[in-house]
Design a protein around this ligand. Structure first.
Ligand code: NDP
Length: 248
């Protein structure tokens, strides 16, 4: 059976690394992105040059109609989805709770939580054995912030990732008999652009002293854990929250 993977937010960072590794493992890959079409094209072109199959579509994961449209485009371009990585996520500038307004909280939860729900819903509708699907696997990108809290003024982000952990545990049980496995990866500090968008480009180097392994991680190191959870090697693993955090 053809393996078809959607990686949301696959134009950069952990999502791009996951898309590249998945293509090397034989997946036909769709990456979605928010606005950086040039970065998305670079990822797709690289996969194609290496002999893989890849497409990219713009879709804001927090907008229901765009998520529905994304899955319909993938149905037409690649065939039925068999795997989903809910990777798209945002980290807003660090800020104490007293300064946070509802607009910020809505943006963070809309992308990190509602986006993952909407994409998982579309995936389950297609993968579920009870709807005639062939089963599949979903991996959600959480964060160690979900269990550490976030001592450096990202309490909204930590709470959104706590919701992802609960979502993973609940959905894994709900769809276990539909042939769908649902797991989460919880990265520690990883060298990607997300820290610059959070207003702190040097954050990984600042935080790494608190990591037992004394270093930040790479996007590829996270992607390898994601690929393992998607693979048949993890056939009896569902509802797992896997830390990839250098022991933190
Ligand atoms: P990046 O900031 O490097 O990339 C984010 C990606 O998400 C981009 O492709 C971006 O698209 C896309 N995106 C953002 N908002 C939306 C949206 N509303 N709809 C669709 N796509 C969107 O992030 P990382 O690679 O660092 O993070 C990936 C995941 O890993 C996130 O969920 C993050 O919370 C989690 N994580 C990261 C850690 C880290 O230290 N880096 C640590 C723990 C967890 P575009 O390029 O078009 O803007």
């Amino acid at each position: 059976m053809k393996k078809v993977l959607i990686v949301t937010g696959g134009s950069r960072g952990i999502g791009a690394a996951t898309a590249r590794l998945a293509a090397e493992s034989g997946y036909a890959v769709c990456i979605s992105y928010l606005r950086d079409s040039a970065a998305a094209s670079t990822v797709v072109d690289g996969i194609r040059r290496a002999g893989g199959e890849a497409v990219a579509f713009a879709a804001d994961v927090s907008v229901e109609a765009e998520v529905v449209g994304l899955f319909e485009q993938v149905d037409a371009a690649l065939g039925p989805v068999t795997a989903l990585v809910n990777n798209a996520g945002i980290l807003e500038r660090h800020m104490r709770v007293e300064q946070m307004d509802a607009g910020r909280l809505t943006r963070v939860f809309a992308t990190n939580v509602i986006g993952s729900f909407l994409c998982a819903r579309e995936a389950v509708r297609r993968m579920s054995a009870s709807h005639g699907g062939a089963g599949g696997a979903i991996v959600n990108l959480s964060s160690v912030a979900s269990r550490l809290g976030s001592p450096d003024e990202y309490v909204d982000y930590a709470a959104s990732k706590g919701a992802i952990d609960s979502f993973t545990l609940g959905l894994a049980k709900e769809v276990a008999t539909d042939g769908i496995r649902v797991n989460a990866v919880r990265p520690g500090v990883i060298y990607t652009d997300i820290h610059a968008s959070g207003g702190e480009p040097g954050r990984v180097d600042r935080v790494k002293a608190a990591v037992p392994m004394q270093r930040g991680g790479t996007a590829e190191e996270v992607a390898r854990a994601v690929l393992w959870l998607l693979s048949d090697d993890a056939a009896y693993t569902t509802g797992a929250l896997l830390d990839v955090a250098g022991g933190r």
